[in-house]
Every structure is written in structure tokens, then in C-alpha cells.
Design a protein around this ligand. Structure first.
Ligand SMILES: *Cc1c(COP(=O)(O)O)cnc(C)c1O
Length: 437
């Protein structure tokens, strides 16, 4: 039985010392990325123009555990270990007898889990002698995380932000600029990809796929610049596994057993991988039966509606071909607020886990997501990120139909970020006019 703590905190020396890689534990090995020109498995050399050697190695490694450099753990200490909460007031608010916990990544420097990978990526690029990182960002959380990480390691940061987010969420680019980054609304006139996309889609509000194309092009043409991706790739999923490892230790510290259910939102899949893969590892080792549910937006339902096939990660077709659940690299979702979930594909490792029955998925409409987020905020005092609301809605939907009011069940929710800079989205919901996409 669990003890009666509300906030379960670990000490700094309990920050994980290694990342967990699901790839070697998958029952069927994950299909490799392909070089689009040859359609053969991509070689390290194919990626060397835009990634440093250490990240390419992590992208391909079949080692189960990858050591976290001390310099990265030092920076993690600014906000890690992140707290795990027992959500008693939420339990009361929704009238469940389940024990609900949430792992909260919103206390990081920029308010989301993205810093876990940003710091690692900036570190390895600095080690490789790189001077500038280019990237894309949707709502701006990844761009902000990388801007912070670049400022830590003395790198320049060049961010292409999806135009609709740049215009409707100005505080994010101010946040990035505060950390010293240059922010360009995408598609832009700065790159060939941007110019041709603007010609093909003159009224476009932009998409992550378009911004990725611009950022890759910009990195590929400068030998001192590399590109950095905030989700999807194996090394990003790897870095995020500090979340789940800590949550495991925290549940144990609270005298709690493994959860019956785990809910996390899924855009590119990194926070889901981060919190869930260490629990899936417990399942595969025969120590648990944690049912993992990916909560994706109905506006970009790659797992529940997409096809499992090779596709590009970006619109212009500059990335390697990735085997993933995809809606097609040309897919432009409705402009829902959860910018971080507006991606056409899904991390290859999450896709493989889904294909092999290690997790399931639900699609959630944004009004339902915000209704759940507001219930959560009023009970727990934390306004969640728009994206995180999908995980909360997934959990509350499940509990609403659970037998015996969920008695005896343990539910873990990944709250990937806070919504302090998402308040215009809440205003839209509260006005009653929110698009029900
Ligand atoms: C970016 C983001 C997401 C979605 O990205 P994943 O790679 O799927 O995790 C979810 N939540 C927050 C707070 C984000 O910033």
C-alpha cells in the first residue's frame, strides 16, 4: 500500500546515470532508417552532415543502457529529478477510487520535458566542435529548450518556428530570444525549401514537416552547423527515459506498486517513450503488466489512423526514410493548439512498440483535452501544457468507465509540460469558440 505523501521527490544523486534503450528488447528488431537515394539502410556517413558522431551512434545502438555524461547530469540538476505527485484532489474531483499519480516535467527551465534531450544534444555537438545548431519548433517548446541548452554550452541557436505558432504565441519566441536564439517564422524566404513551399502553398500556416526541411537545409550547407531534432528519432527517445526511470524509483519510494495504466500524450513520441519505455522494460522482464496508452490528437492521429510504412520526417523529403505510423509527409493538420502534437508521423521506436502490441493508442479531440486539463488545473493547481491535456483526458476517460470506480487501480499520467505560455489556448476554450478538431 502506498504511503501518504503528495509530492515524491528524489535527491540529486538519484538522477539516473544511464539512459534506457528499448531497441534491443523489442521482440522484433526495429526496421532501420533507409537512405532515400539507395533505399538501403542508412549508414553513419549519410547522417554525418547534420549530426555529431555520438548522436549517430546513439541513433543506431543496440546497447540496452547508455551512460549519461557527467556534464549533462550536472545540468539536469537544475530541475531533475522532477517530482512525482499523488493526485489526491484530482481523484476526489472525478470521484474515482483509483490512485492517480502524475510525473511532472513542467518544472524544467522552459516548462517541458524537451530540455532532457536538448541538453544532451547541445553537449554532444559542442564536443564535436560544432558552433551553431539549427532546428524547427512548433508551439515553441522544443525551440525554447534548445535555445536554453545552446546558451549553456555556448552554441548559437537558429530556430525555424511554424508560422501559425510564431504569430499566435509570441511569448515563446521572446523566450527563445531571451536565451539568445534567432527565430524565423517558417516557411521562410531564407531557404530553398522554404521558398518552394511558399510557392506551392501560398496560404500555408506552416507545419513541423516544413520547418524541419528548412532547418536541415540550413545545417547541411554550413560545416560548422548541425541540425537538432526535438522528437521522433531514437536518440531523442533515449534521452527522455530519465523520466520513466525516475518515476519507477519514485513509485517504489512511495511504497506503491507498478501502475495498471500509464497515459502519455504522443506527438512525435518522445515524452511517451521517455516515461513508458522503462515501464515496458519491466513488462518485458516479467515484473509488471503496465498497460500503456498513447494519447494522440484527433487532428493528427498517426497511430490510430495512419499507415505503418516508410516515410520522410519532413515535407521536402530531406530526412532518411523512417518506418513509422504516418499520415503522409504532406499532411497538414488542423491548427489545433497543441502545436507539439501536430506531426504527421510517430517515432520509429514508438511505432514498432505499437505494431508489436507493447502499447495501445487513443485519439482525443481538443475540446475534450482542454476540459480534462481544466479539471486537473482546478484540482492540482498546475495548468498543464495543451499537449499534456491529451494524456489527462485519456486517463480521465478511462477512469470514467472503470469498474468499481477504479478501486485498487494505480494510474500514472505523464504531464509533459506546463501551460503558462499556452494561456491563449485556454482563453480560446473558455470563450466557448474552440475548434472541435
Ligand atoms: C513537444 C511536446 C509534446 C509532444 O512531443 P513528443 O515528442 O510526442 O513528446 C508533448 N508535450 C509537451 C509539453 C511538448 O512540449
Amino acid at each position: 500500500m502506498s504511503d501518504d505523501r503528495t509530492k515524491i521527490v528524489l535527491s540529486e544523486d538519484q538522477i539516473p546515470t544511464r539512459w534506457y534503450n528499448l531497441a534491443p528488447d523489442l521482440p522484433t528488431p526495429p526496421p532501420p532508417p533507409l537512405n532515400p537515394a539507395t533505399e538501403q539502410p542508412a549508414q553513419p556517413a549519410d547522417l554525418a552532415a547534420i549530426f555529431p558522431p555520438a548522436l549517430i551512434e546513439q541513433e543506431m545502438t543496440m546497447e540496452r543502457w547508455v551512460p549519461i555524461p557527467e556534464a549533462v547530469r550536472e545540468i539536469y540538476k537544475l530541475w531533475r529529478p522532477s517530482p512525482l505527485y499523488r493526485a489526491r484532489r484530482l481523484e476526489q474531483a472525478v470521484g474515482t477510487r483509483a490512485r492517480i499519480y502524475f510525473k511532472y516535467e513542467g518544472a524544467s527551465p522552459v516548462g517541458s520535458h524537451k530540455t532532457n534531450s536538448a541538453v544532451a544534444q547541445a553537449y554532444y555537438n559542442k564536443q564535436a566542435g560544432i558552433e551553431r545548431l539549427t532546428t524547427e519548433t512548433g508551439a515553441g517548446q522544443w525551440g525554447a529548450a534548445l535555445s536554453f541548452a545552446c546558451s549553456v554550452f555556448g552554441l548559437a541557436c537558429d530556430v525555424f518556428q511554424v508560422r501559425t505558432s510564431y504569430e499566435t504565441k509570441p511569448y515563446r519566441h521572446i523566450q527563445m530570444e531571451t536565451f539568445g536564439a534567432q527565430v524565423t517564422p517558417s516557411p521562410s524566404e531564407r531557404t530553398e525549401a522554404g521558398r518552394s513551399l511558399r510557392e506551392r502553398f501560398p496560404d500555408t500556416t506552416g507545419s513541423l514537416g516544413m520547418a524541419i526541411s528548412e532547418a536541415i537545409e540550413e545545417a547541411a550547407k554550413d560545416p560548422h552547423a548541425n541540425y537538432s531534432l526535438g522528437s521522433v528519432l531514437n536518440h531523442v527517445a533515449l534521452h527522455q527515459t530519465v523520466i520513466g526511470q525516475e518515476a519507477l524509483a519514485q513509485l517504489e519510494a512511495a511504497g506503491e506498486r507498478l501502475p495498471d495504466r500509464l497515459f502519455a500524450c504522443a506527438g512525435g513520441g518522445s515524452n511517451l517513450a521517455g516515461i513508458a519505455f522503462p515501464f515496458i522494460h519491466e513488462n518485458l522482464e516479467g515484473r509488471g503488466q503496465v498497460h500503456v496508452t498513447a494519447c494522440e490528437p484527433a487532428a493528427a492521429p498517426s497511430l490510430t489512423q495512419g499507415e505503418y510504412r516508410y516515410d520522410f520526417g519532413d515535407t521536402a523529403g530531406l530526412t532518411p526514410l523512417l518506418k513509422m505510423y504516418t499520415l503522409g509527409a504532406d499532411f497538414v493538420p488542423d491548427p489545433v493548439h497543441a502545436g507539439g502534437l501536430r506531426f504527421h508521423g510517430m517515432a520509429p521506436l514508438v511505432s514498432a512498440a505499437y505494431d508489436q502490441g507493447l502499447l495501445d493508442a487513443v485519439a482525443i479531440r481538443q475540446r475534450a483535452a482542454f476540459a480534462a486539463g481544466i479539471t486537473f488545473a482546478r484540482a492540482e493547481g498546475i495548468i498543464p501544457a495543451s499537449e499534456s491535456n491529451h494524456a489527462i483526458a485519456g486517463a480521465l476517460d478511462y477512469l470514467a468507465t472503470a469498474e468499481d470506480d477504479g478501486d485498487g487501480q494505480v494510474v500514472l499520467i505523464g504531464v509533459s509540460g506546463n501551460g503558462q505560455l499556452d494561456l491563449p489556448a485556454y482563453a480560446d476554450y473558455l470563450s466557448g469558440d474552440m475548434l472541435d478538431a
